[in-house]
Design a protein around this ligand. Structure first.
Ligand code: ADP
Length: 484
């Protein structure tokens, strides 16, 4: 198949979270299986250009209709660790992708509406005719609409669209100006419950709903989350739309890229290791302590890596720090917050704990350091309020770092409790699970984990190895996507 992926992130060049990892990992696997894969991405000023090889101009003068005029764009082309990527750069006063950040501006909706339009213009003008266009999250929800309503009449009649939702919370809500800008116009037609109209605000249009309605197939990133999205409040108002389109909707578990996340060949860690010999892991624990100026002691290290966001259960993250210290363990946090109040809270916490030799809070985004934490920590905590798939628990397991997770979304599909899991025998279990959002629930799972580490180290190691032996690579999921 000839597959074009259109997305707002692709690791490691543009990564704000799991979307970037997902786009990269899935495509590497699809390509390995013999498909032709190309990616279309925005050309941000803040990308990791050091991860793009051979960047050059691919299409000099791409004129993209926008409102009553057109915006001049240049499309660049380069390889991101072997993946062929096209980067769209608009030359306009809006500076759509020259903001020093990927998301977080008040005109984000229009920035990505423009990107969606530009990506299709690029395919059409350059004569590319993929079998499948695969797009992701709200940023590209307009692609199937534009394809069906406009571009199919301009030479793109046979392209089929798969739309993958990585997070239902952010849906892209816009007003009628988007229709004028993209040339869809026809306000009455699109402000219709069966099309783009938001399910709750009749005066708004919803990009994600558009993606669901107009795509040939819709996925989300784990089977359990597909159920949650349809039947619980986690669908953020799109449950009914999914219900109406249930015949083309399912959950496909994300994988992780086993070449990027590989303790036996990871350049960012101090010593390689694998499931047969965990000696290297102990050395990484020491390297992590040295790097973060933490004391050397006979203590477990509990880690958290992730966005500091309501979704991630920040109240439990705060509590996990203090409960680890109370249980005589150490704690390492790597996270960044976009919301000012959450950011302030963690900075205060960091100052408060600054002199504590058993704790380190690193506030910011640091890909390299994340590898060393996965390798050096003993446990990784994921106390999310909701979690469509979750990668940190899978990466943790790959590095022999035992996950302690809340039983929601993809965490349910990947982590099986050491002490009790009706569906998995003891030799298949790989972590600790709790279900409620109160402190006591978290504490009880943490206590079980830390006590096992302390009082039955050989059993803890067996558990870590069972996690390392789980296969959370893209193999199975890429097969499912190929079938779709
Ligand atoms: P989400 O997509 O909701 O952010 P996931 O668990 O699906 O969460 O993916 C998170 C990915 O981002 C993982 O690869 C994780 O290692 C990485 N990550 C998150 N925060 C940071 C950070 N502050 N520094 C480095 N990597 C991070």
């Amino acid at each position: 198949m000839y597959i074009v992926q259109i997305a707002s992130e692709c690791a490691p060049v543009i990564k704000a979270g799991g979307l970037g990892d997902g786009v990269y990992g899935l495509n590497r696997e699809l390509e390995t299986r013999g498909n032709t894969v190309e990616l279309v991405l925005p050309m941000y000023d803040c990308m990791r250009y050091d991860h793009i090889w051979g960047i050059h101009t691919a299409y000099q003068d791409l004129w993209v209709p926008w409102y009553d005029g057109a915006i001049h764009c240049t499309v660049y082309c380069g390889w991101v660790h072997g993946l062929l990527c096209f980067f769209v750069e608009p030359h306009s006063q809006d500076s759509f992708f020259h903001r020093g950040k990927v998301y977080g501006d008040s005109d984000d909706n229009m920035r990505f509406a423009f990107f969606s339009k530009a990506a299709l213009e690029f395919l059409q003008q350059s004569g590319k005719k993929p079998d499948v266009i695969h797009c992701h999250d709200w940023q590209t929800g307009l692609i199937p609409v534009l394809l069906h309503e406009v571009y199919q009449h301009h030479g793109m009649a046979y392209q089929r669209v798969c739309y993958t939702i990585h997070n239902f919370k952010h849906q892209g809500i816009v007003g009628a100006e988007m229709l004028a800008a993209t040339g869809l116009n026809n306000t009455e037609y699109y402000f219709d419950y069966s099309r783009l109209q938001d399910n709750f605000n009749p005066f708004a249009l919803n990009f994600m709903k558009a993606g669901i309605v107009y795509s040939n197939y819709v996925t989300t990133v784990s089977p359990h989350h597909a159920w949650e999205a349809r039947f619980t409040e986690i669908g953020y108002g799109l449950g009914n739309t999914l219900e109406l389109h249930q015949g083309k909707f399912s959950g496909v578990l994300n994988g992780i890229d086993y070449t990027v996340w590989n303790p036996a060949g990871d350049h960012y860690i101090s010593d390689p290791y694998d499931a047969k010999n965990l000696e290297g892991k102990a050395k990484n624990k020491k390297a992590l302590r040295d790097r973060l100026l933490m004391q050397e002691a006979d203590k477990a290290i509990v880690a958290f890596i992730g966005r500091l966001d309501e979704q991630k259960g920040v109240h439990l993250v705060h509590h996990a720090i203090h409960h680890s210290l109370y249980k005589d363990a150490q704690f390492v946090l790597l996270g960044s917050a976009t919301e000012a109040s959450i950011n302030d809270d963690f900075w205060r916490e960091k100052q408060y704990l600054n002199d504590n030799p058993d704790c380190h809070l690193e506030l910011g985004f640091d890909e390299e350091l994340s590898h060393l934490i996965y390798a050096g920590a003993d446990m990784i905590i994921v106390p999310s309020n909701y979690e469509p798939c979750g990668l940190t628990q899978m990466i943790g397991m790959r590095y022999g770092t035992v996950p302690i997770v809340r039983g929601v979304g993809g965490l349910v599909s990947t982590v099986f409790d050491w002490d009790y899991d009706p569906d998995h025998p003891v030799e298949e279990r790989n972590g600790f699970v709790f279900y409620q959002t109160d402190f006591r629930a978290l504490e009880s799972a943490m206590e079980r984990a830390i006590d096992l580490w302390k009082f039955a180290p050989e059993k803890f190691e067996a558990l870590a190895i069972q996690g390392m032996n789980c296969d959370y690579s893209w193999k199975q999921s890429a097969e499912t996507y190929s079938n779709i």
